[in-house]
Write a protein that binds this ligand. Structure first.
Ligand SMILES: Cc1cc2nc3c(=O)[nH]c(=O)nc-3n(C[C@H](O)[C@H](O)[C@H](O)COP(=O)(O)O)c2cc1C
Length: 230
């Protein structure tokens, strides 16, 4: 990660970005965020629709969202308001193994074994305080949008994450918030014509935290890419 004044290469930003799950208690300058969001508008989109929309929260408003969602969590499964299937309901390999693997790596970094269900749940619940991030971005779009526009939202999100990395900030995309979509939309004043895609925790990483220091594997390119006619 670099200082805002010294640009880094796309390669370095990609290599440095990781999902950070422990943040410092340090505020983020709104002017810096505004500059980054302005730059991220260069993200491409089919037909230049730019379907992405967001709400940035900090301070009391961020606390209000956390409190509202905590109330829903206390209701157990009855409190769930999923905006969409976070994973395919009939997920198979290789995707299921990758998902399982990243969970195991994360809990291993924290020495929380599989038998310690309450320890794992407690760590999972850290999601709903944004892992201590001072700023949360809620990404949403109009419900009329389909898969192509959702991929546009992803390109915007990655553009943002790389720009934030360049500025020395850290992020964690968090689709877990979509489990409580209506509560969040109501708290943010978004109407039912909008759908909540994900949260993005934003702040300064606590790079001493073990949870931010384990290798997250990737598939080999030969598993995802075919070369034809070369
Ligand atoms: C759209 C999106 C939603 C995600 N939601 C969550 C989440 O709710 N909680 C979490 O801890 N990580 C979440 N992640 C982080 C992924 O687990 C992570 O990107 C993946 O394991 C690769 O690790 P890396 O980001 O550290 O490279 C999400 C990532 C994306 C792109």
């Amino acid at each position: 990660m670099s200082d805002a004044a010294s640009p880094i290469s796309v390669t370095s930003a990609l290599a440095a970005r990781r999902s950070v799950r422990a943040f410092q208690d340090k505020a983020v300058d709104p002017a810096l965020l505004r500059d980054i969001f302005r730059k991220a508008q260069r993200a491409p989109s089919g037909g230049n629709l730019q379907p992405w929309q967001g709400v940035l929260v900090t301070g009391d408003k961020w606390a209000e969202v956390q409190q509202a969602v905590t109330g829903r969590i206390a209701m157990g499964k009855a409190g769930h308001e999923p905006e969409y299937d976070i994973y395919p309901p009939a997920i198979t390999d290789p995707w299921e193994s990758r998902r399982f693997g990243v969970g195991e790596g994360l809990y291993a970094s924290l020495n929380i074994p599989r038998e310690d269900r309450s320890g794992r749940l407690k760590q999972f619940m850290e999601n709903y305080r944004g892992f201590g991030a001072p700023v949360m971005l809620f990404v949403h779009c109009s419900r009329i949008m389909g898969p192509p526009q959702w991929s546009d939202m992803g390109m915007w999100l990655q553009s943002l994450m790389l720009l934030l990395t360049e500025a020395g900030l850290a992020t964690c995309p968090q689709e877990c918030w979509a489990m409580y979509g209506k509560t969040i939309r109501d708290t943010l004043g978004l109407d039912d014509g909008q759908i909540l895609f994900t949260g993005l925790a934003i702040g300064y990483a606590d790079m001493d935290a073990p949870v931010n220091n384990w290798p997250v594997p990737r598939a080999d390119i030969d598993d995802i890419l075919e070369w034809q006619g070369f």
